[in-house]
Design a protein around this ligand. Structure first.
Ligand code: ISL
Ligand code: CA
Length: 560
């Protein structure tokens, strides 16, 4: 295998198909819409597309609730469209990584239909069924989408487990038939020509057999089950088995990335140590939790740059010799980075490019979420009716229930800032009324700032956010120090400067970013040590190390 770790030099672009581009005017993005915009990706230069789910689905959670793993949902097109997308990507030298959602299925999947039919069903044990405890839920676990993680099935008198919505019952991975069925399906997709998988909440597949109650925090009524299913007892066995059954005998250049809400650097080393044959990399959540308040993602606290830097540095160091990081600010579950970590009012361009730079030049595989390359911002949602995401809607409904309604405005404000729909407004292709996303009525409102913030305006502008991302992608392809260089954080306690070096035997790079709206003086050691270095990137004219770093200025230097 000559190119075993090709993904170390790759940049991944995530497509959330519902919001990318609509080709047939029904207001929902589709596979044909992606095919129509491949020039955009080719221009950007990314190597891999990660496609969020397009499988058959009732769309309770926008496709993360799958009713048939072998079919494309008509909302998105046909299997032939998908084959065409694979071929078109491959023709352009790009790869396709599909989302793999196998912690749970839809409740409309045939497996679950059969499982729920009776207590003696041959597939009963494919899901997690329990008798009531004291006439109620079998344990105290809460669902990620509000309420209990258990749903009573009236007909058979038992509860089934759903860590997410009640339309997303959890599969029982301890049943070997389930695992065989999953591996068979994965093999079917790889045989069809896809290049790997992004594995949804894959660290949740092994539950503690006793399903014990979890700790209850002050803010909530439900217990946290993560201690009993986050990286549970057999998760490494299952991932190694999956590797043997699906990946080990293939000699194509594939990649795997596992989403892990409970990840720690220590766990990540186990999952991504190549000698253990589990996964190539994982998504961790530490840096995207640092602005969560006591009540979680919808009650936010001020972001502390020092904490962000320490978090990244810890991961960079923990995975320096063993394993690999994935690097992201954004995905379809997170608010927009420029609005969250940057400054989308006074320093939109500067902060979008500075954030992109500090992320992309670390050690790991960078991910760009659709629209991030344009500096797309959060949406100013003003009414609960504008939200589509079940997580936000359920949270609002549950938090409001039983109160007199006086909390409504505050709740709405929390969802507006922290909600997932911020990431799901349509990609802004041009300045026309629906941003070039659809000729029909978009399924979710288009951000009004598309009149000036759009791909068409940026593509030919060398001073655009898009042009900057294109430069970063090219940089990663050209500079091996970005792949193998050691990471060293500078000024760790500085509340404004995000600075680090990347160094290998041949060269040393310095990344200096002012992550604030005030100017920052540089220390003398930088001025003398790097005075004769080449400026490789600068998001403002005429970098001058003897002077101050301007608001949200980023400079990248190479030692001669
Ligand atoms: O955004 C979150 C809720 O606060 C995350 O906790 C999210 O639920 C978690 O990252 C798991 O996400 C993945 O699985 C979910 C799906 O809704 C998300 O879109 C997906 O990325 C269930 O399949
Ligand atoms: Ca469509």
């Amino acid at each position: 295998r000559p190119n075993d770790e090709w993904w170390k030099a790759a940049v991944v672009y995530q497509v959330y198909p519902r919001s990318f581009a609509d080709s047939n005017g029904d207001g929902i993005g589709d596979i044909r819409g992606i095919i129509n915009h491949l020039d955009h990706l080719e221009d950007l230069g990314t190597d891999v597309v990660w496609l969020s789910p397009v499988y058959a689905s009732p769309q309770d959670d926008n496709g993360y609730d799958i009713s048939d793993y072998y079919a494309v949902d008509p909302t998105f097109g046909t299997l032939q469209d998908l084959d065409e997308l694979i071929a078109e990507l491959h023709a352009r030298g790009m790869k396709l990584v599909m989302d793999l959602v196998v912690n749970h299925t839809s409740d409309e999947h045939a497996w679950f239909q059969e499982s729920r039919a009776s207590r003696s069903s041959a597939k009963r044990d494919w899901y997690i069924w329990r008798d009531p405890r004291d006439g109620g839920e079998p344990n105290n676990w809460g669902s990620f989408f509000s309420g209990s993680a258990w749903e009573l099935d009236q007909k058979t008198g038992q509860y089934f487990l759903h860590l997410f919505s009640r339309k997303q019952p959890d599969l029982n991975w301890d049943n070997p038939e389930v695992r065989t069925a999953v591996y068979q399906m994965m093999n079917w997709w790889l045989d069809r020509g896809i290049d790997g998988f992004r594995m949804d909440v894959i660290s949740f597949i092994s539950k503690h057999p006793d399903l014990p109650d979890g700790p209850v925090s002050n803010s909530g009524m439900w217990g946290d089950g993560i201690p009993f299913y986050g990286s549970g007892p057999r998760v490494h066995d299952y991932l190694q088995e999956m590797h043997r059954e699906v990946f080990s005998h293939r000699d194509a250049d594939l990649m795997t990335v596992g989403e892990m809400v409970d990840a720690t650097p220590e766990r990540a080393r186990l999952y991504t140590d190549q000698t253990r044959k589990e996964l190539d990399m994982i998504f961790q959540f530490e840096h995207v939790g640092l602005d969560h308040g006591p009540g979680g993602k919808f009650s936010r606290k001020r972001l502390d740059l020092v904490a962000v830097k320490h978090s990244f540095a810890r991961w960079q160091e923990a995975l320096a010799d063993v394993g690999w990081n994935s690097l992201y600010w954004n995905n379809h579950d997170q608010p927009r980075a420029v609005s969250r970590f940057g400054n989308d009012t006074d320093y939109w361009y500067q902060s979008a490019t500075a954030l992109a730079t500090v992320l992309h030049l670390m050690r790991g595989t960078p991910y760009i979420y659709q629209g991030e390359e344009l500096g797309m911002t959060n949406m100013l949602f003003s009414s609960i009716d504008d939200f589509r995401d079940l997580e936000s809607r359920n949270y609002y409904r549950e938090a409001l229930a039983g109160s007199d309604g006086s909390k409504a405005a505050e709740l709405l404000a929390g969802i507006a800032v922290g909600g997932r729909d911020n990431a799901r407004t349509p990609v802004q292709w041009d300045r026309t009324p629906n941003a070039g996303f659809t000729t029909g009525e978009p399924w979710i409102p288009v951000n009004p700032n598309h009149t000036w913030l759009n791909a068409e305006a940026q593509r030919t502008d060398p001073g655009s956010v898009f042009a900057w991302y294109r430069r970063l992608v090219r940089f990663r392809h050209e500079e091996t120090v970005l792949i193998d260089g050691r990471f060293t954080l500078l000024y760790p306690e500085d509340p404004q400067l995000f600075a680090y070096t990347r160094t290998n035997e041949d060269t040393s790079l310095l990344v200096l970013a002012n992550c604030s709206a005030e100017s920052v003086p540089l220390g003398a050691e930088i001025e003398t040590g790097w005075a004769h270095a080449d400026v490789l990137l600068n998001n403002q004219p005429d970098a001058n190390l003897a002077q101050q770093l301007r608001p949200w200025e980023v400079i990248v230097l190479r030692k001669r």
